[in-house]
Design a protein around this ligand. Structure first.
Ligand code: ATP
Ligand code: MG
Length: 581
């Protein structure tokens, strides 16, 4: 059964690293999926079953910290038993393989057990952000044809009750904290789990069977349902090994919520396949708490996002100085361009740089990275992973694609299709899926440049590119310069129409705490940008805001800043999180 260790003292936590070191397994045996004896492939099997009978069976797979700082450990064997119970529970509810299992919960162990149990049962898992309101939940469950949703009583009451039984495909609501009362179709998770068998033979899925359905972040428009198959696991494992440097001895913390793809690929699947100990913190971001987690839980590899890094920078340098972060050996970032300023801050304040890497919901895993074995170029996304072919392409008016051969040409970032974790479709949008593949390349929708050493540099999303007096301006370049000013916490840049120039650059800036927004600072920022970028590219206007509109996955929604500026409809804002004027 689950080992529960409540309120461990600091000294007790300190044993964790030694414990892991005693369980060292050689990395090469972990970098390829094992596969099922039937010849099939199953992500859940690779994450759990393959460890059974090996020394790491009793190792801590998940060390979970509750909002109230209680700690609960699940070994790989515990996870096997718990996910077996969940898979049996799905069978009891008569959900056949291929059924869609949704979760709507915070980062609690039941969510992770459900994800892995679903995969092992041969069903398809879809996590939703627990902070979504009823409408985004409903639309995603409708599009995704959810058959079951796992949630808590309170989320059920606030967000599902009253409409869920109108969804034709939904058969059951499973309540994590039990007590479904007389609600038809609602089931008691604790009772059902306790009664279920703790053994389950992984369903013999094939490499091309659906495994995960993820919704994109909705940064550029309505979120798309992205389908991934079990085959993706081979890239999950290898990319975590190459780009995150994950080794079985590591204590690893991925701060992403499973509500978006990073929190699943690198917050559930890849680390478990590689046999590491994974830290999960239920609580939301808090600078002090994060340093506490890094210190007390001896995190050695840390995967986070630019927004979080910028918030840590905002909290100042004296805070981390109060913590012992000596266990930390590797830090990586994803989700948005990482300003060179942030890479350098990591180096100076935390003792090592952040390694930026690039991927999308569609790519299923990291494709381009500043990986550990190569020098970092701050501000670049890094180089393609082994086996990944990336290029900068441009399309002429007839749709003919040219691959840019000379360095530093701006164009669309394109990938040679058929990397293992490539998405297999946009749900119900086959034409949209087909349209991503042109002339033998997958077109990412992001603009970038490739330098003479083969590093890729993010310019902006195709939709965000600014054209001013014949210049093409990527918002990232301008934002990075504004970030260099010590008063600036975050910056978002858009193009606004101008009769003469076509578009002019306008910047929205949030300041660090305690800094007064005034005319003088505004002039300083304009002057800084002018001196670094030249008059043609630098912003003509700087507007101060408390923070910038962001998606729940932490991406600045420039399209929203722009829509408001132009008085246009805001479009789909179901993933909007922070947004204070
Ligand atoms: P939508 O497709 O719904 O507009 P989204 O593209 O933000 O949302 P995700 O798949 O979560 O949804 O995000 C992938 C995008 O995030 C990439 O296409 C890119 O624009 C951005 N991104 C991710 N990592 C990086 C990075 N290291 N540098 C720059 N941009 C990045
Ligand atoms: Mg996208």
């Amino acid at each position: 059964m689950v080992k529960v260790i409540f309120n461990k003292t600091l000294a007790e936590h300190a044993n964790l690293k030694d414990y892991n070191q005693a369980q060292t397994l050689s990395p090469p045996s972990y970098t390829l999926p094992k596969g099922l004896s039937s010849g099939g492939l199953n992500m859940g099997y690779e994450a759990i079953d393959r460890h059974l009978g090996l020394p790491c069976e009793d190792k801590i797979a998940i060390r979970w910290i509750s909002k109230k700082d209680q700690v609960m450990d699940l070994s790989y064997r515990d996870l096997y038993q718990q996910t077996s119970r969940f898979a049996n529970l799905l069978r009891q509810l008569a959900l056949p393989t291929g059924s869609r299992v949704f979760s709507l919960a915070g980062r609690r162990p039941e969510l992770y057990i459900a994800a892995l149990g679903t995969l092992r049962a041969g069903c398809v898992f879809t996590p939703l952000f627990s902070a979504f309101g009823p409408e985004p939940i409903r639309s995603r469950m409708e599009i995704g044809e959810a058959n079951l949703i796992l949630t808590t009583r309170s989320l059920y009451r606030k967000k599902l009750k009253g409409w869920w039984n109108e969804l034709p495909h939904l058969k059951a609501v499973l309540l994590i904290d039990g007590d479904p009362g007389n609600e038809p179709g609602c089931f008691d998770y604790p009772t059902m789990m306790a009664a279920a068998e703790d053994q389950f033979t992984c369903h013999p899925t094939h490499a091309e069977d659906n495994a995960l359905l993820h919704f994109t972040s909705g940064t550029t428009g309505k979120p798309k349902g992205v389908l991934h198959v079990h085959q993706a696991v081979s890239h999950h494992i290898l990319s975590a090994y190459y780009a995150l440097d994950l080794k079985p001895d590591d204590i690893y913390w991925c701060t992403a919520d499973p509500g978006w793809v990073t929190g699943t690929t690198y917050g559930i699947i890849a680390p478990l396949c590689l046999g590491v100990t994974m830290i999960i913190d239920e609580a939301e971001f808090d600078a002090k708490r994060w340093y506490w987690v890094l210190q007390d839980f001896h995190v050695s590899v840390w995967y986070t996002a630019p927004t979080a890094i910028r918030m840590l920078m905002k909290a100042g340098e004296s805070l981390p100085a109060q913590y012992n972060l000596s266990a930390l050996r590797f830090m990586a970032s994803v989700g948005e361009p990482l300003n060179p300023e942030a890479v350098e801050w990591g180096n100076q304040v935390l003792g090592m740089p952040f390694h930026d890497n690039w991927w999308q919901t569609e790519t299923g895993g990291i494709l381009i990275a500043n990986y550990p074995s190569e020098p970092i170029k701050p501000g670049s996304m890094g180089q393609p992973l082994p086996g990944i072919e990336a290029a900068i392409v441009n399309q002429d008016e007839d749709g003919q694609l040219t691959v840019e051969q000379s360095p530093m040409q701006v164009g669309e970032l394109a990938i040679k299709p058929n990397w293992p974790s490539m998405f297999r479709g946009y749900l119900h949008q086959p034409e949209k899926y087909q349209a991503c593949f042109v002339g033998g390349w997958y077109l990412s929708g992001d603009l970038a440049m490739k330098d003479e050493d083969g590093y890729f540099w993010f310019v902006g999303r195709k939709d965000d590119l600014i054209k001013s007096s014949g210049h093409l301006i990527g918002p990232f370049e301008v934002e990075s310069v504004l970030m260099e000013h010590p008063a600036v916490a975050e910056a978002g840049v858009i193009g606004v129409p101008d009769a003469v120039a076509g578009q002019l650059v306008k910047a929205f800036v949030a300041l660090k705490p305690g800094i007064q927004a005034d005319d003088e600072l505004q002039q300083q920022l304009l002057a800084l940008a002018r001196s670094r970028l030249g008059a043609a590219v630098s912003p003509k206007e700087v507007v101060f805001r408390t923070n910038l509109p962001k998606t729940r996955s932490g991406k600045i929604m420039r399209r929203l800043l722009k829509a408001r500026e132009l008085g246009l409809p805001e479009g789909d804002i179901s993933t909007l999180e922070s947004d204070e004027q």
